[in-house]
Design a protein around this ligand. Sequence first.
Ligand code: UDP
Length: 387
Amino acid sequence: MPSVPSVLFVDQSGQLGGAEFALLQLAGSCTARSEVLLLSDGPFRARLEAHGARVQVINDARVAGIARQASGLNCLRVVPGILRQVRAIAAHARTFDVLFLNTQKALVLGALGKLLHRKPVIWYQHDILTREHFGRVQLSVIKWLVRFAVDHVVANSQASKRSLIALTGIAADSVPVIYNGIDADAFKRIDGSDMAALRRQLGLPEHAWLAGLFGRLAPWKGQHIALEAMARLPGVHLVLVGAPLFGEDAYAQRLHEQAEALGVADRVHFAGFQDDVPAWMKAMDVVLHTSTEPEPFGRVIVEGMAAARPVIAAAAGGVTEIVRHQRNGWLVKPGDVAALADAIGALRTDPAMAQRLADQALVDAQTEFSVDQYLQRMMQAIGRAAR
Ligand code: UDP
């Protein structure tokens, strides 16, 4: 077998979430002999192609519509579609050395076809596998597939890994943790020295004190918590960067209504989805992370650190593996509005402390979460799977 195995990457989403950005770097680094199979079309496809990846889309609207909390009955209705996709993925996989599954549905559909393709299966686990995020049926399916049809699992954090071990009982030393890598150079390229000019270019108020919250609009990402904190912080502006990617439009609408009801709408800027996250992050005085459920990893946190901004993050899940309280950032209890407002206030009134945290954050982002390290460790894992 050649030293670089050929890989079929499978991802269920056409949208750009954290798992997709992680795959973008990986698939973009081994384009010569690999291919990406997407189970839905969307902007992710064009981004992959721009990175030189070969992409195919096999979409089945009914399978794509199965929710994470779906009941067994709902799953039964789509069995024919599931079988078609299992066969299609297996047929593709046969011509590659390794099958790399990047999301939950990719795991289920790719691993179910193990007897058809007989290729080594590696799963990059981006989720915390608990009842907060998944239905009983999904967790049982994952448990049995991991035991019997997946050859290697790589977890994106210790928190994700712990949930996997608790669910499946597989040996802890068989699951390496490989953190996402963040391209610090993309942040260095943004000139933040003339803040007013940068903000003008982005359509943001030039002289306001800005707190930025990045990520898709979804209840568990806690944008409503940040809005409530704004009501306690006169003079502070909140910039929400992100869109409802997976049908959370009602929540997005509620956020607008909440901002009006709290009387903070003139200080809240809904920016929608933005491609140039480094520029938007550099335009902020502080970067917030407000997830109310344990975050499996949280790329946005490391990105805030790479932007050399002080980051306030909700202390749960993988976040506590990234942020050390008052060393390279600030941790608050998830969902605690008062604690979040106090933390923002503390950083606002002490710019020297905010700068000290941001300086350390930049060093940590560069040394602990580099893209080089991420790619090297991932290619080693893929190489091991191929043997
Ligand atoms: N992101 C983006 N544009 C936006 C909002 C978010 O490109 O408008 C990116 C963000 O920079 C990060 C990713 O989406 O790289 C979100 O990843 P994270 O791990 O924070 O959350 P997930 O999507 O995995 O829940």
